[in-house]
Design a protein around this ligand. Structure first.
Ligand SMILES: [Zn+2]
Length: 122
């Protein structure tokens, strides 16, 4: 990106969220175009939509703990393509194994997703 465009982009971000601009300036001084990949997913302070506490949240916004719960819930519901825990797996068997592990470690009940059709026993 051209440095002038960078500046314009920074001003737009500043108008939207002051937190974002602070991070942008911080990473601008350190890197070139890779700042986005170096940033943590959970960089902005905000109210988590899962636990309603003020924490570092991602774009959803969920805190790290609620985001993990959501990833596990997606696997419980067999939405394998939408969970980071299973999206990279190609075989159905590997995905089912991840689901089995999650259920044995964290139980079959959904932790954060509300789905009335989901049966915890299946
Ligand atoms: Zn949370």
């Amino acid at each position: 990106m051209h440095s002038f465009h960078r500046l314009l982009f920074a001003i737009i971000l500043a108008l939207q969220h002051l937190n974002k601009i602070l991070y942008y300036i911080y990473f601008l001084g350190k890197t070139n175009d890779t700042e986005c990949t170096l940033m943590s997913e959970f960089q902005y302070e905000g109210e988590c939509h899962g636990c309603f506490m003020i924490k570092k949240v991602n774009h959803i916004p969920f805190c790290e703990s609620c985001n993990s719960k959501m990833k596990r819930d997606l696997v419980r519901q067999r939405s394998y393509d939408y969970s980071e825990l299973t999206a990279h797996l190609s075989s159905k068997e590997a995905k089912e194994n991840v689901r089995k592990n999650i259920i044995s470690m964290h139980g079959p009940k959904l932790e954060i997703v509300i789905d009335e059709k989901y049966e915890p026993s299946n």
